[in-house]
Design a protein around this ligand. Structure first.
Ligand code: ADP
Ligand code: MG
Length: 343
């Protein structure tokens, strides 16, 4: 493949090169790329703002993550934060630190992933910054969104007896990462064998490399007439996110190990790697599923909803934040760590 050195375009040439194909789709984008700042009009809505920074060697490893996937994921993790507030993402700002190792074509790949995510979620790229870096690739993305004040869902609204719900299934992205790490090491010796090791494991790889934000769930909740009492997206693992909801809401919780949603491939991979599946699900992270609570009165409305599991309930703070194992034992949830839970 051709390799164009970034110096042939220069900073402004590079910005022009990867922003020329960007055309705003949202009426709220009054002014996009090309001025000192973007102008967004959210009218009577609240503006939501979130940002994430990704550093090469800390948050991603380009040995096994394709640049296009990395761009997609970097955008999606921000978009997911806006949905977690029950909002609609509208605008993205993309700041890049690029070292000499990267060519114009590399940055095109990265940017094609960012653009794909934006077109799938209806988000306009409205600005950013581009600079050279001495320490590999840095991607800092900011996402803006809108929400009607009365629809805003925070982490702090849960009450004792609220039902705890979780979308999709958990632990898959983490097991995908374990597989990639294992095969990265194996690939040094035999690339063909490594390729073979991915067969039948496409789902967990996809969950790690190309996560999706749960726009569909936010829409389904609206259609069902349910406003969660609290919500968070699962980026650091279920256990840690549950503790966030409980702390912010001033509650405790009980979640049931046998209610945790787990995909077959995830369970098989954990077994193959001799890891405790419940521990992986609680602490894995990067699921980008939604964790939310609803009032008891919404129970009948949530039951028919696709891809939502009821995993437990909120309780008084003094009752603690516990996992109930299959045998009925109560174990205090921890934010991190790999103490194998007994079944
Ligand atoms: P300034 O010097 O005012 O910060 P820049 O020259 O850095 O402006 O950027 C020019 C325009 O290009 C601005 O609108 C900025 O938001 C946009 N821009 C710069 N880098 C990126 C990027 N990586 N992605 C999207 N837009 C960018
Ligand atoms: Mg700038």
């Amino acid at each position: 493949m051709a390799r164009t050195d970034i110096s042939t375009l220069g900073e402004f040439g590079l910005i022009d090169h990867f922003t020329k194909a960007i055309h705003p789709q949202n009426a709220s984008t009054k002014l996009g790329i090309g001025d000192d700042a973007a102008a967004i009009d959210h009218k009577s809505y609240r503006t939501l703002a979130t940002t994430d920074i990704l550093l090469e060697g800390v948050h991603f490893n380009l040995e096994y993550v394709p640049l296009k996937h990395l761009g997609y994921k970097a955008a999606v993790v921000n978009i997911s934060d806006i949905y977690a507030m029950n909002g609609r993402p509208t605008s993205l700002l993309v700041a890049l630190g690029i070292s000499k190792r990267f060519s114009v074509e590399d940055i095109d790949e990265l940017y094609s992933g960012i653009r794909l995510a934006c077109s799938e979620y209806g988000v306009d790229i409205v600005g950013g910054d581009t600079t050279s870096s001495m320490t590999g690739l840095t991607i800092s993305i900011t996402c803006l969104g809108e929400v009607k004040q009365e629809n805003l869902v925070t982490r702090s609204g849960a009450k004792p007896n609220d039902i705890i719900c979780c979308t999709g299934n958990l632990g898959a992205a983490y097991m995908g990462l374990q597989l990639l790490e294992r095969e990265r090491i194996a690939a040094y010796n035999n690339p063909d064998l490594a390729q073979k090791a991915f067969e039948g494991k496409e789902y967990i790889l996809e969950r790690q490399l190309k996560p999706e934000a749960r726009k569909d769930i936010i829409e389904a909740l609206k259609t069902a007439g349910i406003k969660p009492t609290s919500m968070i997206d699962i980026s650091d693992g279920l256990s840690s996110e549950l503790l966030h909801l409980c702390k912010a809401s001033g509650t405790g919780c009980s979640v049931f190990a046998d209610k945790l949603p787990i995909d077959y491939e995830t369970a098989a991979m954990a077994e193959e790697m001799n890891m405790d599946i419940v521990t992986c699900v609680l602490n894995g992270g990067e699921d980008y599923e939604l964790l939310f609570t609803i009032a008891q009165q919404d129970y009948d409305k949530i039951l028919p909803m696709q891809d939502v599991s009821l995993i437990g309930y909120m309780q008084k703070a003094e009752q603690g934040c516990n996992l109930i194992t299959r045998s009925g034992a109560e174990i205090a949830l921890k934010a991190q760590g790999f103490n194998a839970f007994e079944n």
